[in-house]
Design a protein around this ligand. Structure first.
Ligand code: SF4
Ligand code: SF4
Length: 125
């Protein structure tokens, strides 16, 4: 079986199924460290096309935007359980693709102080 380090850059990029789930804003409980997903999505996410609009510049524009690599993919505990990279790393069959299209809201439209009101408990996160 192919090892993670053997993927070319292009092959690695193509693993992503553009579900958009990693672009959802998350809250972390300061005491327990538990991560809570919200259905609020990064302001650079096109909610109609379900795509990042600044992909090549994403790490400059959004410092907390994650760049997944073969080296860090096993260390990011909050990745959605249906993420295609996580499926690959954890060695299970790619889950049926579901996206955030039609069930997310841009952070541009939300008061950041009210983020807790948008916490979701979707089965595919
Ligand atoms: S910058 Fe792009 S890839 Fe990063 S969180 Fe925002 S929409 Fe997602
Ligand atoms: S959660 Fe995984 S598969 Fe979905 S967009 Fe993010 S990196 Fe790609």
């Amino acid at each position: 079986m192919k090892k993670l380090k053997d993927y070319t850059k292009e092959e690695w990029e193509n693993i992503c199924n553009n579900c958009g789930k990693c672009c959802l804003l998350k809250l972390q409980d300061a005491e327990t460290d538990e991560i809570y997903y919200t259905n609020v999505v990064c302001k650079y996410f096109d909610t109609e096309k379900c795509l990042c609009t600044v992909y090549d510049k994403r790490c400059e524009l959004v410092p907390e935007c994650l760049q997944l690599t073969p080296e860090n993919v096993d260390k990011i505990k909050w990745m959605p359980k249906t993420c295609a990279y996580r499926a690959l790393f954890e060695n299970f069959k790619n889950p049926v693709k579901t996206t955030i299209k039609g069930r997310c809201i841009s952070e541009n439209l939300v008061n950041p102080d009210n983020l807790e009101d948008y916490i979701v408990d979707w089965e595919d996160l």
